[in-house]
Design a protein around this ligand. Structure first.
Ligand code: G6Q
Length: 572
């Protein structure tokens, strides 16, 4: 049965704070999922699936592996080790049709304002559209502006890479510190780590995100301010953490450079908010812009990718964008049966809503992708971790599962125990590359063997009979028995390159899109993040004022504030 009961009714969301503003006109794809015939039929299939297991499914169909494998753009997606059959898959395709996923997809590519709650288009696909393509927002083609910014980023990155961007004292800049958080940090860090082998090793790249001063301290403690450039990345240029770190950076820089005029050589901004950038004291000539139709978590290929471009160079950055675009085109034009994002999304829906799996682990067997799961965590959970449908009514089904993961084989020696024998199965996406970036001895073959062994063991487990046959005593056998039937996808990709990274990220972006369309949530707003921004600002004066504040929180929060103030030597 589909999971989820009708939840408490939440207040309908409107586009502005005013209760009088008109609700947006809902598109034709809005509508209750519970009325979908395919959804109901999938509920019935779920009962059948309860009694089936991967051992039987594979034994019955010798071609299962090939049947449930799709390949495109150098990515081979084997989704055969999920507990379902062809009839289920067919219903999932029907579900996507009933939910008008392709109509919604086309509306996004056309630049329609599908982020209705913020009255914005959703056009990260325009960030990687080749020169000459036309994508309009409010009648204006946005592609030339995208390429204008890319051109400026290129000019700047080249200067830094040629050591021709000189600091205030005439020394070439060779340390780059990106200051940003959330969508203005996770993408740049992940991409830098993923593409390190393509980067200029003479540059020191650092990333500061946390408002915890230890982050800033560690990122800068060994740097010479004369050779250090700060890239302040913030869509809004108002985010507490980023602005606090940016101010600390200015103080840190001026401690050595003394003259406020030095800011122009040591600070650049990436933002949509020119006014705030100027207010901070950064020359807007040193600002790289983007647009409100780029969501934070979809922005790593906008100017937010400036640090990435500096690290790997404009050519590799262009390759990254080309990879994104290839996957966009694949998603836009390929029938569902061969469409990688669609397949990944539909299998995910099956596991989430009909098999009740509450989490998904993403396990890249490539150490360069060690920040990939953290990146996807934001992409998926901030996009689809929602409980309100487009029309403001509560969903009556589960939405985004928790996304987590670490690179293999490290995870095998840590949390895989629970994936193999825990009480809650965790669907896993295993990612492996055919060719390693550095081919050292037998390393890659060992890595590959581990992935394949894991997916096999998770699918088929080990029965009591098999364990006993190994000579294990009966009392120990239950502990050494593995239930199997644990769902996995295997993404076998040619090689990690900027282009492949772009394809992989876009694959997950579009997976998120399809799932959001099916769940009927807005994947492009983030009121939970906004709430955090407001709440912290309210408490800051209460913890930091020298005079005792009048506290009007609950007894637990009041006491914690009092305790903290006392510990910091402040009056209560
Ligand atoms: C992303 C979110 C959020 C955002 C950060 C930083 O989709 O909106 O993670 O990226 O809160 O915001 P700024 O870029 O505005 O500083």
């Amino acid at each position: 049965m589909p999971t989820g009961k009708a939840r408490t009714k939440s207040t309908p969301t409107t586009r502005t704070a005013s209760t009088e503003s008109a609700a947006p006109k809902l598109p034709s794809w809005n509508g209750s999922l519970l009325k979908s015939k395919a959804w109901k039929a999938l509920g019935t299939r779920a009962k059948v699936a309860k009694a089936s297991d991967l051992r039987t499914l594979f034994a019955k169909d010798k071609k299962r592996g090939a049947t449930f494998t799709a390949e495109a753009l150098g990515i081979r997606l084997d989704y055969s080790k999920n507990v379902f059959d062809s009839a289920t898959l067919k219903l999932l395709f029907t579900l996507a049709k009933e939910r008008k996923v392709t109509a919604k997809r086309d509306a996004m590519f056309r630049g329609e304002k599908i982020n209705m709650m913020e009255d914005r288009a959703v056009l990260h696909v325009a960030l990687r559209a080749p020169k000459g393509s036309v994508i309009k927002v409010d009648g204006v083609d946005v592609v030339p502006a995208v390429h204008e910014v890319l051109g400026r980023m290129e000019g700047f990155a080249k200067k830094i890479r040629a050591r021709k961007w000189l600091g205030f004292t005439g020394k070439p800049i060779k340390n780059i510190v990106n200051i940003g958080i959330g969508g203005s940090d996770l993408g740049p860090v992940m991409a830098f780590e993923a593409l390190k082998s393509f980067s200029d090793r003479g540059l020191t790249m650092r990333f500061v995100s946390n408002v915890d001063g230890n982050d800033f301290f560690e990122a800068t403690q060994d740097l010479n301010a004369e050779e250090t450039l700060f890239v302040v990345s913030s869509k809004t240029f108002t985010t507490l953490e980023t602005m606090t770190n940016a101010r600390t950076a200015r103080e840190w820089s001026l401690k050595t450079l003394k003259d406020p005029k030095s800011v122009a050589r040591h600070f650049v901004a990436v933002s949509t908010n020119a006014e705030k950038v100027a207010e901070f004291g950064i020359d807007t000539a040193n600002m790289f812009g983007f647009w409100d139709w780029v969501g934070g978590r979809y922005s790593m290929d906008s100017a937010i990718g400036l640090s990435t471009m500096i690290a790997v160079g404009p050519k590799h950055f262009a390759e990254l964008l080309a990879g994104f675009h290839e996957m966009d085109e694949h998603f836009r034009t390929t029938p569902a049966e061969h469409n990688l994002p669609m397949l990944l999304a539909l299998v995910g829906i099956w596991n989430r809503n009909f098999r009740q799996h509450a989490t998904v682990a993403v396990l890249p067997y490539c150490h360069y992708l060690h920040r990939f799961s953290a990146y996807l965590q934001q992409l998926e959970m901030e996009s689809n971790g929602k409980q309100t449908q487009l029309d403001g009514s509560p969903v009556a089904w589960d939405t985004c599962p928790a996304i987590w993961g670490e690179p293999g084989t490290n995870g095998q020696h840590a949390f895989y125990q629970m994936i193999h024998q825990g009480t809650s199965p965790v669907p896993c996406d295993f990612i492996l590359f055919e060719k390693p970036v550095h081919d050292l001895g037998a390393h890659q073959d060992m890595l590959a063997s581990n992935v394949l062994a894991q997916t096999e063991a998770l699918a088929f487990g080990k029965t009591r009979g098999e364990v006993l046959a190994e000579g294990v005593p009966a009392w120990l056998a239950p502990h050494k028995t593995f239930p199997g039937n644990r769902p996995t996808n295997l993404l076998l990709c040619t090689a990690l390159s900027p282009r492949m990274l772009g394809k992989l990220i876009a694959l997950y972006e579009h997976k998120v899109f399809v799932q959001g369309a099916i769940w009927n949530v807005n994947s492009f707003d983030q009121w939970g993040v906004e709430l955090g921004k407001v709440l912290a600002n309210r408490i800051i004066p209460e913890v930091s004022s020298s005079a005792a504040p009048k506290l009007a929180h609950d007894s637990s929060t009041n006491a914690a504030i009092g305790h903290y103030r006392k510990a910091r030597g402040r009056a209560n």
